[in-house]
Design a binder for this molecule. Structure first.
Ligand SMILES: [Fe+2]
Length: 135
């Protein structure tokens, strides 16, 4: 599977959030790479766990900014973040049970979730935050 190629189109215009998104994308790419070689399931679970932790920290930062600036789509974002966390935890558990290979659904899901979440949902706050001085 192709990795996620980061370009300026992914920038939400807030440096801190861009940095966090990049770290998460890097971990998703690490998981995509692992799909092509044989790796111990512990390494896969560790990377998944790390990605979940980074994501969780990132959601906290993002949601706090949304609250601070009274962002109108805060509830919808929070809901999507919660659904992501729940689904990823299920995946982590599943991966640790199935020792042999990692289901392709994981990579497909993570790649499409982050790509569409950043490009469609997060992109909606770019102008909102920028015009309020958050960059
Ligand atoms: Fe978000």
């Amino acid at each position: 599977m192709e990795k996620i190629l980061w370009d300026d189109g992914f920038s939400v215009g807030v440096r801190e959030l861009d940095k966090q998104h990049q770290q998460i994308v890097m971990l998703v790419n690490t998981l995509i790479e692992m799909n092509e070689t044989e790796v111990a399931s512990e390494i896969i679970s560790d990377t998944l766990t790390k990605m979940t932790q980074y994501a969780s920290d990132h959601f906290k930062t993002e949601e706090q900014y949304m609250l601070d600036y009274d962002y109108p789509e805060y509830s919808s974002q929070k809901k999507q973040h919660q659904e992501f966390k729940k689904k990823t935890v299920d995946f982590c558990v599943g991966t640790m049970v199935h020792k042999a290979t990692v289901p392709t659904e994981i990579f497909t899901y993570l790649k499409s979730w982050w790509t569409s979440h950043i490009l469609q949902e997060d992109m909606k706050y770019k102008e909102f935050f920028n015009t309020r001085g958050l960059k």
